[in-house]
Ligand binder design. Sequence first.
Ligand code: NAP
Ligand code: HSE
Length: 437
Amino acid sequence: MSSTPSETGPLRLGIAGLGTVGIGVVKIIQREVETLAARGGRPLVITAVSARDPKKNRDADLSGYAWETDPVQLAKRDDVDVFIEVMGGHEGAAKDATEAALALGKHVVTANKALLAHHGQALAELAEKTGAALRFEAAVAGGIPVIKALTEGLAGNRIKRVMGVMNGTCNYILTRMQSAGLPYETVFEEARQLGYLEADPNLDVGGIDAGHKLSLLAAIAFGTRVSFDKVELEGIGNVSIDDINLADDMGYHIKLLGVAQMTGRGLEQRMTPCLVPAESPLGQLQGGTNMVVLEGDAVGQIVMRGAGAGEGPTASAVLGDVIDIARGYRRPVFGIPATQLADPVAARSATPAPYYLRMRLQDKPGALAKVATCLGEAGISIDQMRQINQPDADDGDAIVLIVTHKAAPADVSHALSQFNATGVLVENPVAIRIEEV
Ligand code: NAP
Ligand code: HSE
């Protein structure tokens, strides 16, 4: 038997997952009893917890809480009004327990972007059918309250574009490569030693984690069903220290940048390495920090910067959601009722942009002209061009950098494919989009 959540008296919390985020939530609740009760209008009480290993030392006193081995049973308990899912994973326990809680009309707060990126629509429909809240501030950009900003503070705007650096590990790797002059492989290993990488590192460096987050922001911003499968994804594994340094010389920094915008050709969602102006807020972003840029027709541009991960910042976001629930505040999961979210048509290619092109050519008469001809025939106009004589370049090679005027991605791909036929390229060319931020 279970009861629907009580709207008065103590708000009873069940926490599934006692790792970095779960223990962070426990600590804040234990430390800030009176403040949280005042802000929520009622006491917050943890009644039960769950994790895999009951014997693990967890850096918090959990003796006052019931222990459930099975998170689904935790979600179903009579004495749990809010199920806090901080286990992770988009299938298995996290999904089963979240569904169980929502089916019973119990509120859910989760930090799990993977779960929502894959099952957000179905979970939102279930929550709205049973009258439960489903909140996920912690899932996107950790401590930055971007979900609240987008769903509430900017509700009067037509959102034009959402952008951001939403994976701290990637930003750490890229900025550390630049500051220390180290290659990707060395800094990747350093990030692993520091414990920054997810258990599956490809979630970070493959852009998947950040793509999950972008897909959630896009759903709210554009009133569309979460469509992670339509995010154009490219990780940072091919970003070289040469490109970081050469881009820097030209006044740009390389970021794993997420961009979502509704265009005349459909919804564009990209999470790819981009050059951004070094002096821009995004260009200046250092280390593991996140930044989200929101652009509304009425408000203009808003820049939010802060910790995208870690015990305190992520727990802060979870508690913000819990307090809203304690107060009785409810809103549709993605800002408008889930059944009204549109099925987005995905833009088949990204909006035209300038491109940074780097190539190693045979340094002989006519080589550059052949490359320029390929660009011209693809309808691409050159904005800047520079030849660099690197000390380590083999005799007879030249590094050529080109910045194009705005070009369609398909035209850039076509030009690159034509370069091979010129016979003057010594290695595969590199093309990176330059984002106007
Ligand atoms: P974590 O440190 O690995 O902790 C995961 C916790 O979940 C552990 O306590 C684990 O139990 C428990 N767990 C896993 N599978 C379980 C199962 N089947 N049954 C019961 N318990 C289970 O993870 P985390 O870093 O706290 O992340 C939790 C969630 O928050 C993830 O969705 C993550 O993406 C998200 N998130 C994390 C951060 C961050 O900074 N860490 C930031 C934003 C969002 P044991 O301890 O017994 O192994
Ligand atoms: N792996 C993520 C990051 C954790 O590096 O930003 C927070 O979602």
